[in-house]
Design a protein around this ligand. Sequence first.
Ligand code: IMP
Length: 422
Amino acid sequence: MANTILVGAQWGDEGKGKIIDVLTEQADVVVRTQGGNNAGHTVHLKGQKYVLHLVPSGILRKGKVCVIGNGVVVDPVSLMTEIEGLRKLGVRINKNLFLSETAHVVFPYHRELDAQRETRKGRQKIGTTKRGIGPAYGDKAARTGLRVLDLIRPERFREQLAARIKENNEVLKAFGARPLSFKQVHEAYRQAGDYLAPFVTNTVVLLHEALRRGDNILFEGAQGTFLDIDHGTYPFVTSSNTTAGGACTGSGIPPHRMDRVVGVMKAYTTRVGGGPLPTENAEIADMLHAMGREFGATTGRPRRCGWFDAVATRHAAMVNGIDDLAITNIDGLDTMETLKVCIGYRCGRTRFDYVPSDVEVLSQCEPIYAEFPGWRTPTHHARKWRDLPPKARAYLKALAELTGANLAIASVGPGREQTIFV
Ligand code: IMP
């Protein structure tokens, strides 16, 4: 498999969890390199549904080493709860999970500030997951963040936390919010710190040892290209680099050791939260919601839905250097009579073949559509490329061609077996 970076080619929720699980079979090490518990990677296995937020999906397969890399922001209480929940479901977590000592820690004041800033934005709100991700990365950039290595050194942590709570309580008071109790936060974080200490290590060294052994490393991207802090629809983005470059900075593995980039995209488009979504369409949203699909794995919010946007995925292929594509949720379109695919944007007299940087311009863009006939046949039972109806094959081929990458995987349901290698 070589070293593979897996990224979302849209606005997140592309079905990465399932594809990661499938690719993990050939990996030795699986690494999360950015984001935090705002992510929700869903894997269905033998009738059991697992939703992973911080723990890499590789944990569900025996003998895989899982790493939470330096680029991730970690809410230690949430991670402890997640590990406990997985253990209760029979997942073995012992000497197969490692947490970077230089990952930054998310605190309750980050969550509270996230919520306060969202409330103040009113209709312009980002629609964050309220997990404190933006404020935590903000502290990292401002060099006021605390890291996992601080969390597990009790004396130092006590002092640093006291100073951070004092400063942040001033900010919270200015927002009219209740200040936090140092004692309560300290107790909860000390307990989580003790629980997590055995997992903590220098993951950069660990990953380079894996490279020297010739292990295959899979970099598990969270969120999607258009939520990237640099390349997404700013400010309606998350606060990390969700694109392929984030896998290098978030792990300490240099770019020339990466062999392949896999882009995951749905056969249509979805997004949670605010910001432009050029192909948004009520008909397709109603249909998917009525099928019980497209509700957020982390927050349960109904996702906004639209037609496949090939301008966006072509842009994603460009900034990530996508080699291979995995197209998911094909079965979601089984009942459609006609399918539309956006092949360009029109904004006044200007035509765009890439995603414009200014969200105000993007919000005014009208999609230019090409139409494809629907296949109107269930596809969930397909196991081979030839099992798919010809119209579905033509549609998928067109999506790959318009995106400009090689179609490698087609997914027709959440199960491992519902995966077609093209
Ligand atoms: P934050 O990451 O919680 O700050 O949220 C910023 C934006 O990213 C919001 O629009 C969220 O809905 C979106 N977002 C964050 N994580 C995910 C994810 O895992 N899937 C889809 N959208 C996400």
